[in-house]
Design a protein around this ligand. Structure first.
Ligand code: GSH
Length: 205
């Protein structure tokens, strides 16, 4: 088994944090996104037809791409501690928040990245600056929404740390560090949550 990865990128980072929370060691093979190694024909043809990272290679040669699919694979093998919720209610609520974070937070940050960053300009056929600007506003609204939500509970999906926190942390740090789109430190509940999840040893890697 091995994980093809580029650890500092937000989607691979989700898997690294998840594995650290579970205490699971997986051999790594770094693939340099900046050198476009993940877009070389050998990688696309043999590892991931979509070209993205991370990808988990199993010993029988199966490839599982998509960061959340990789985490779910490990969750099935190592259910404790539960990071996708516990019991039918917990699983449902955690999945609801995971999907909200992916669709309503990561997606607009991704739009800012591909339409607004000088780092993606060379690979985008056409950047549309208005799309980046509109999505910056969507993200700023989402920060306000998350701040309100976190006023009533400790973590994104409830009182237990979960995959929703992992994805939200990677998204917020990606927005802040690579898209110059930080949250307002005066958003005290979001700031409290961010400090707490960042202080976990899993977030350091
Ligand atoms: N939905 C996929 C997204 C994979 C993805 O887009 N990964 C990025 C890194 S964060 C990537 O490989 N970018 C370089 C590229 O697409 O060429 C997942 O969750 O794993």
């Amino acid at each position: 088994m091995k994980l093809y990865t580029y650890p500092s990128a937000p989607n691979p980072r989700r898997v690294h944090i998840y594995l650290a929370e579970k205490g699971i060691d997986v051999p790594l093979e770094n693939v340099d996104i900046l050198k476009r190694e993940n877009r070389e024909p050998a990688f696309v043809e043999n590892v991931n037809v979509m070209g993205g990272l991370p990808v988990l290679e199993l010993d029988d040669g199966t490839h599982i791409a998509e960061s959340i699919a990789i985490c779910r694979y490990f969750e099935a093998l190592h259910p404790d501690p539960p990071l996708f919720g516990e019991g039918p209610r917990g699983v449902g609520v955690t999945d609801m928040w995971l999907r909200r974070i992916e669709l309503n937070f990561m997606m607009p940050v991704g739009m800012v990245w591909i339409h607004g960053s000088p780092l993606t300009k060379a690979v985008m056929k056409q950047q549309i600056p208005e799309v980046a600007l509109q999505n910056r506003e969507v993200v700023e609204r989402y920060y306000r929404f998350l701040d309100d939500q976190l006023a009533t509970r400790e973590f994104i999906a409830g009182d237990a740390y979960s995959i929703a926190d992992i994805v939200a942390l990677c998204t917020l740090d990606f927005a802040t560090q690579l898209n110059a789109l930080p949250h307002d430190p005066a958003q005290q509940h979001l700031s409290r949550w961010h400090a707490a999840v960042s202080a976990r040893p899993s977030a350091a890697g």
